[in-house]
Ligand binder design. Structure first.
Ligand code: FES
Ligand code: FES
Length: 157
């Protein structure tokens, strides 16, 4: 069978498994991207969100065959960026991380919101983050952190 070729966190990658394998399972199992969390496995919680060609997508809903030629970023790759450093500091500043399970998806969702709108209102951030669920109900701290990052990261997005 042909390999499925894609870029993972900046590195050329070839996957020899089935095209029907789930991206979430492959990222965690084959490539040890354990920041990608498995919550609902049905596209509802956002814990498994990754950036595919810059778009936030729930990896539990993606078959490997669909990622051929794509560039995928997980938190393992995103954490090397200057933008991550700003979000990281902001999340820490307001203790936005509780159990932490939802946070990798939240951070990538924040990147997605800010890259499409670098100067959002709080309401726009809330709407943009609405596909990511936090079972610790920590939304206010997370939204607050993102609004801090909007100011601190002025010019980065
Ligand atoms: S595990 Fe993918 S959206 Fe919940
Ligand atoms: S911090 Fe626990 S699920 Fe969000």
């Amino acid at each position: 069978m042909d390999e499925i070729r894609f870029i993972l966190n900046g590195k050329e990658t070839a996957y020899a498994g089935a095209a029907t394998d789930r991206l979430l399972d492959v990222l965690r199992g084959a490539y040890r991207c354990t920041s990608v969390k498995c919550g609902c496995r049905e596209g509802e919680c956002g814990a498994c969100a990754v950036l595919i060609d810059g778009t936030l997508i729930n990896s539990c809903c993606v078959a490997m065959g669909a990622v051929e030629g794509s560039s995928i970023v997980t938190l393992e790759g995103y954490r090397e960026t200057e933008r991550f450093a700003v979000l990281d500091k902001a999340f820490a500043e307001v203790s936005a991380v509780q159990c932490g399970f939802c946070i990798p998806g939240m951070v990538l969702a924040a990147e997605s919101v800010l890259s499409s709108n670098p100067d959002p209102t709080e309401e726009e951030v809330r709407i943009g983050m609405s596909g990511n669920l936090c079972r610790c109900t920590g939304y206010n701290a997370i939204i607050h952190a993102i609004m801090i990052a909007v100011k601190e990261g002025n010019g980065l997005w």
